[in-house]
Every structure is written in structure tokens, then in C-alpha cells.
Design a protein. Sequence first.
Length: 116
Amino acid sequence: VQLVESGGGLVQPGGSLRLSCAASGFTFSSYVMNWYRQAPGKERELVAAISPGGSSTNYADSVKGRSTVSRDNTKNTVYLQMNSLKPEDTAVYYCNVVIAGGGFYWGQGTQVTVSS
């Protein structure tokens, strides 16, 4: 299993970013995909999740209404579009999949910094 995130960077408050996570090594279209984030000194938190077919999504209250998770099963890629970014969104964002019998898998993370 390999998960590779990209798309992070430095953005001003109010700006937008789209994170991508390219997956390989498992049947991508069969699994829920998750986005987590971890800010300095804080625990890793679940930000968004999307069902295998993409029809169902869930969001943390902290990003609800400002973020959209989506996936392209033809490209084995999951996305997180983040709008109206705030300084408190600053964190390392991780892609995650849980495979029954195989455990948790994480990408290397992508840094998002929201600052003026």
C-alpha cells in the first residue's frame, strides 16, 4: 500500500488549496478514504472521509462548509478541496486508508500553512 499526498503549501487566510492523494497497492475503489491533519503540539484529527463510491462524505465540524472531499476511482486518487482557509487550518495533512486485516496506512503528509 502506498499513499502519496501533494498540493500543500503556504496560503494567505481566506485562500484555497486542493490536496491530492494518489493511492496504489490495494483495490482503491473498495475502501473508505480519510483525510487527517496534525497541527504542532496537537493530536492527529480526522478531517474528512469519503465512501468507496464517493456518494457519502463526512466532515469534522472544524472544516464543514469550507472543505469538500472527492475521489476519482479511475485515477486511484482522493482529493480535499479547502476554501476560506484560516490560520488554525495550519497542519500536516495525511491521507489514510484502513484495510481489514491489514491495518492503518498513512501517506507521508503534506504541509499546509495558512499565514499572511
